[in-house]
Ligand binder design. Sequence first.
Ligand SMILES: Nc1nc2c(ncn2[C@@H]2O[C@H](COP(=O)(O)OP(=O)(O)O)[C@@H](O)[C@H]2O)c(=O)[nH]1
Ligand SMILES: [Mg+2]
Length: 262
Amino acid sequence: MGLTAQSSGVNLLRESFNIDGDKNNPVVALAGNPNTGKSTVFNGLTGLKQHTGNWPGKTVTQAKGYYTYLSQEYTVVDLPGTYSLLASSIEEQIARDFICFAQPEVTVVIADATNLERNLNLLLQVTELSERVVLCLNLMDEAERKNIKIDLNGLATDLQVPIVPTIARDEKGLSDLKKVIDKIVNQEVQLDPIKIKYSSKIEEKVEKIVPELNKQFPNLRKNINIRWLALRLLEGDRTIFETLEECYDVNLKNKKVVERRQ
Ligand SMILES: Nc1nc2c(ncn2[C@@H]2O[C@H](COP(=O)(O)OP(=O)(O)O)[C@@H](O)[C@H]2O)c(=O)[nH]1
Ligand SMILES: [Mg+2]
């Protein structure tokens, strides 16, 4: 069986992000720096089948839409444009929380092919949260115009993620993107993207915190990437607990987690 929201049990959490869990569609999140062509990819994928509203409780616009590929309907969510997932702005927090808690079946990181270095920073943060990641290298026409040559195979090998080159403005490459998404959803590709290894000092701390979190919060384990959570704790990021409290009853003092919505 392919990946579905039902099989991973996150429908109710998705509804709290205004994603219709009852449809049980695979969810595709589009992440990327501003101006990389995210909305153009979103429009190209979904055409007229799209709605805009606000992210629940926020004054940031949420665009979601639908497309069908090989008789399977997909829900696509255009995340706010961000340079990182550090939650230092509302936009970053939305993007981070969506990938962390709504657990899209696939996250497409849309990158500007003329500015890879800056764009790959976000990709590495996304792969820290989710394995199911595709790199969409957009603005390939601009790259060509600027005589920038990208070794796609070399990059895919280094990053261990599928790469799809696109020119979204001309709708080029979008059918390849749908095909790769379909393969990931149907578990026809092995995904094990590159993960940042930190200094031994940090890795030793992570090794101590991860089993502790697993023990104290057994219910979190199936829903959240615990290594990622340990890194956020080391970083002193408290915002993650605000979201945990919104989705679960988390009481850190009593070291107790009761899932509220199940
Ligand atoms: N040359 C070129 N322009 C593109 C491409 N994709 C999008 N654009 C343009 O880039 C600008 C920003 O696109 P948009 O989708 O709004 O980016 P977003 O901020 O990431 O949502 C728009 O003017 C698009 O028409 C592409 O592949 N090639
Ligand atoms: Mg946009």
